[in-house]
Structures are given as structure tokens and as C-alpha cells.
Design a protein around this ligand. Structure first.
Ligand code: UDP
Ligand code: G50
Length: 474
């Protein structure tokens, strides 16, 4: 096996620990990696990142490029995946397929990483690869292995407990409500839909990963003490499952490097926001991988129009960005763009959401409650109106509400449900939440707590120091 390809080496600090990151796929999984890598790079640590090309989406490729340009000392280790016969998984989500490919190629990581120079001291991998990567790192390479978990700690508690739940449930593995000890009871409808089917590809990965958790050396979590105190305490106290590894709360993770496509120029959403009054704009975005149906998109449009608010809407019609070729005017229907010109901006392009949520003009965020989005709303102090679409979004929404970031429309439909939420209802709800001073005051407090956590001496600051000390002691 050839040694890893070192695309950028640069000066190295002798004796600094060499940490290898093994990220997975999907921007919601990559962003926490990029942000944590950036944070760790200021701590006298040598860093390599295992990179698979081509990526599933253009956004992923752009952001990998931005990372390596901004931090030239970071090495890239190219990883070639074994081919996967996608026809064996008809209809599977493209990201689940990529995770499966990574999992099935994981045994190639041993020889690839064994040849790295300087020799490595620790591996940090994504949760989607946990059960495959941990044995290789620990048993073959004899290194420490930490898991970076990209979703809520509340979701981590579900993932950790789910195998125990299944073993105790019934022989048929029929899933019903799941009561996670020390955290809360999740109704069947709140769990990721895939988990209702034990044979689903996602479920198999999820259960295998959950079973592998106790062998990890620790978990890095994009949260902070004040946001999810119960879930953090339950995991630390061994309530969810006995002997859960140490957890380091390192959130809110923040970007320090904009991608080329995010630079704010004339005509950009950021320039448009600069011209809007304080807290006047509703920001609408459902992450990278939610394809809202055409009918529902039209109802959202009607709701925005009826609310009379200004709005910035990042609209995606496909799961994978490079397949999104439709014209906005065709999606939105006759006259919408003309009628709302000046008052609203709709874009299919990538926007720097973190910057948007820190802009004073933004007063409300209509979101799917992807975990990165929740953290970004908390940092910006923008109330979030959660409309979960799929996967972990409902579980995140429960954490987001109890953490004080916003409100959740529990009866609004999931993706795949044949039930439209009317424009009238959306418009009314936007007006209600925009006027809700209690919600705004709570998220303002969460924003303060988030800032305190990362400040010197705060809980996140201390967790990061502890983790770096652990790396250096290895
Ligand atoms: N994002 C962005 N610009 C876009 C779309 C998404 O910056 O045009 C970022 C967003 O800020 C968040 C991440 O992509 O950091 C999406 O992760 P999240 O967990 O919110 O949702 P997912 O896409 O995984 O469903
Ligand atoms: C994507 C998704 C559904 C879903 C999640 C997604 C998560 C994140 C954590 O990221 O819950 C997680 C993912 C995979 C895994 C274990 C944990 O094997 O569409 O629930």
C-alpha cells in the first residue's frame, strides 16, 4: 500500500500530537468537522484529514477546498473507496449510500494510516463510521479513537440507548415509543422514520454504531452545558447506558473560513440584508438535504406573502445540489417573484447561513431544525420556528425547545406525508412568533449562555482544554 499522499506538509512542531480526522459525508456532518479542525489547529496539534473525492455534492467539494486553502499546514490523505453496487439499495438516500461505501472500505484505512508521517497519535471520526473505524484504530493501529457527533446530544442519547431498547423490546424488533433513561420519552413519531424499519440501511448502520459506542475513547459534542443539561448529565452519569465514554462539550462550533461561494458581494443576500431594518426579515432554510415538495413550496410562498414580512428564502428542490436545475420562477408559480420583489429574496445558491443568522436584520428563522442550524440560531440569538422534515429533526426540535432557542410546530407534516400545511397557517404562525417577546427574550439569554460557554473559563473552553490535554498526554 502506498503511503498517504501528502498534499501540503509545511513546518511541523516536533512532539505535537498528530491527529487524523476521518469525516463522513453531507454538509451537516462536514461542517462540525471543518469547524472543530479549525478550532484545534490553534492548539499546537498536527492535523491530517482523510478526504474522499469526488464528494457527493458541490457544496462539500467547495468547503473541503476552502479548508485546505485557509489552513495549508493541514495534510490531506486521499482515500479511494471500494465500488458499491447502489442497485442493491433501491431508493436509498445518496448520503446513506456514501456512508455505507465508507463503512465497507474502512478496512483499507488501517494500512493507509499506518504509513502516515509523522506517526499518528489519535483519530477523530464521524459517528456514521464509528462501529467500523473504532476496531481498526484501536485494535490494529493501537491509537485512541474519539467520535465527533454532529447532531444534538439528545439525539446521541437516542443512538446510544436504541440497541438496548431493541434488545429489550420484542423478538420482532417492532419499534414503538422509546424512553431514554435520564433524558425523555420519544414517541414513535418523533424518531427518525427509518428506525421504524429494522431492515433499513440507515437503521442497520445506526444500531451497529450505537453498539460500538462504549469502545470509543470519548465523544466530541457540538453543544454547550446550558443548552442540553439533562442529556449531557445523563450520558456522563451512565444513566443512558452504563460506562458511556467521556463526553467533551465543544459547541457552539463556529466557522472561521468562508468558502469562495460565500463571499458577500453586491447583489448577495448579505448585501441585501444590509438594506433591511433591524429584525424585519424572516429567514427560511431547510438545510442541504431536504427537498420540500412543489405543492408545499407554493404554500410556503403563499404564507410568506400573506405574512407581509420581508424574507430571505434559501430554496432547494433536490437532495443533492448538483441535480437542482429547475428555474425559481417555475417552482414558485406565476408572479410570486414579481409581487414580492424588493420585499423578499429567494435563492438556490449556497448562502453563508452563519453570517445571515448573525445579521441584525434577521428576526426569525423558519428551519427544519438540523442541529447546525439550531446552534447557529442560538449564537445569533434568532428565534427558530421549527418545522422538522426528516431524520433527527424531531428529536433535535425537542432539544431546541427545551434549550430555549424557539418553538416547534408539532403537528406540521414530515417529508413524505401526504398532508400540506396551508399558506394561511404558515403566515399566521410567522406573525405570531415574530411578535412573541417571550421567545425572543429566551433566545437572547441562550445567546449569552453560548458566548459564556466559549469564553475563557466557560464550560466549552474548559472542555476543549481538557481534550487537548488528553491528546498531548497520549
Ligand atoms: N448551510 C449554509 N448555506 C446553505 C445551506 C446550508 O451555510 O445555503 C449550512 C448551515 O448553516 C448548516 C449546515 O449547512 O451549518 C446544514 O446543517 P444542518 O445540521 O442545519 O442541516 P442538514 O443540511 O444536515 O439537514
Ligand atoms: C441524518 C439522517 C437521520 C438521522 C441523522 C442524520 C442523525 C445523526 C446521527 O445525520 O441522527 C447519526 C447518524 C447516523 C448514524 C448514527 C448517528 O449511524 O437522515 O437520524
Amino acid at each position: 500500500m502506498a503511503p498517504p499522499e501528502m498534499l501540503s506538509s509545511g513546518e511541523q512542531d516536533r512532539g505535537a500530537p498528530h491527529v487524523v480526522f476521518i469525516p463522513s459525508a453531507g454538509m451537516g456532518h462536514l461542517f462540525p468537522f471543518f469547524r472543530f479542525i479549525t478550532a484545534l489547529s490553534s492548539h499546537d496539534v498536527d492535523i491530517s484529514v482523510v478526504t474522499v473525492l469526488p464528494t457527493v455534492t458541490t457544496a462539500e467539494a467547495d468547503h473541503f477546498a476552502a479548508l485546505f486553502t485557509a489552513l495549508p499546514r493541514i495534510r490531506r490523505i486521499n482515500f479511494n473507496l471500494l465500488p458499491l453496487d447502489a442497485s442493491a439499495f433501491p431508493g436509498a438516500d445518496p448520503f446513506f449510500l456514501r456512508w455505507e461505501s465508507l463503512r465497507r472500505s474502512a478496512h483499507l484505512l488501517g494500512p493507509l494510516l499506518a504509513g502516515a508521517t509523522p506517526s499518528m497519535s489519535a483519530v477523530i471520526t464521524d459517528v456514521t463510521l464509528a462501529s467500523q473505524v473504532i476496531p481498526i484504530v484501536k485494535d490494529e493501529l493501537h491509537l485512541s479513537c474519539h467520535i465527533l457527533f454532529p447532531s444534538s446530544t439528545t439525539m446521541l442519547s437516542v443512538c446510544a440507548y436504541f440497541p438496548t431498547y431493541l434488545d429489550g423490546a420484542n423478538a420482532d424488533h417492532v419499534v414503538s415509543d422509546v424512553d431514554v433513561p435520564g433524558v425523555r420519552r420519544f414517541t414513535k413519531a418523533t424518531l427518525p422514520q427509518a428506525l421504524h424499519d429494522p431492515n433499513n440501511l440507515f437503521t442497520k448502520q445506526f444500531v451497529a454504531n450505537g453498539r460500538g459506542f462504549t469502545k470509543a475513547d470519548g465523544f466530541l459534542l457540538n453543544t454547550f452545558e446550558a443548552l442540553e443539561p439533562e442529556a449531557i448529565a445523563a450520558l456522563r452519569g451512565g444513566k443512558v447506558i452504563p460506562c458511556f465514554p467521556p463526553v467533551f462539550t465543544v459547541g457552539p462550533l463556529k466557522s472561521m473560513i468562508p468558502a469562495e461561494s460565500e463571499k458577500a458581494g453586491a447583489g448577495s443576500p448579505m448585501a441585501w440584508l444590509d438594506e433591511q431594518p433591524a429584525r424585519s426579515v424572516v429567514y427560511v432554510a431547510f438545510g442541504n438535504r431536504c427537498a420540500v415538495t412543489l405543492d408545499q413550496i407554493r404554500e410556503i410562498a403563499a404564507g410568506l406573502e400573506a405574512s407581509s414580512f420581508r424574507f430571505l428564502w434559501v430554496l432547494k428542490t433536490t437532495v443533492v445540489d448538483r441535480e437542482d436545475t429547475v428555474e425559481l420562477k417555475d417552482v414558485l408559480g406565476d408572479g410570486f417573484l414579481e409581487r414580492t420583489q424588493g420585499r423578499g429574496l429567494v435563492t438556490k445558491a449556497w448562502v453563508d447561513q452563519e453570517a445571515v443568522l448573525n445579521h441584525p436584520a434577521v428576526g426569525l428563522f423558519l428551519s427544519h431544525s438540523g442541529w447546525n442550524s439550531v446552534l447557529e440560531a442560538a449564537v445569533g440569538g434568532v428565534p427558530l420556528l421549527a418545522w422538522p422534515r426528516l431524520g433527527d429533526h424531531h428529536v433535535n426540535a425537542t432539544a431546541m425547545v427545551s434549550g430555549g432557542v424557539g418553538v416547534w410546530m408539532e403537528h406540521w407534516s414530515w417529508d413524505g406525508e401526504d398532508r400540506l400545511v396551508s399558506g394561511e397557517e404558515i403566515g399566521e404562525k410567522l406573525k405570531e412568533v415574530m411578535a412573541d417577546e417571550t421567545v425572543r427574550a429566551r433566545v437572547a439569554k441562550v445567546r449569552e449562555e453560548a458566548a459564556k460557554a466559549v469564553d475563557e473559563g466557560g464550560s466549552t473552553y474548559r472542555s476543549m482544554q481538557e481534550f487537548v490535554a488528553k491528546l498531548k498526554a497520549n
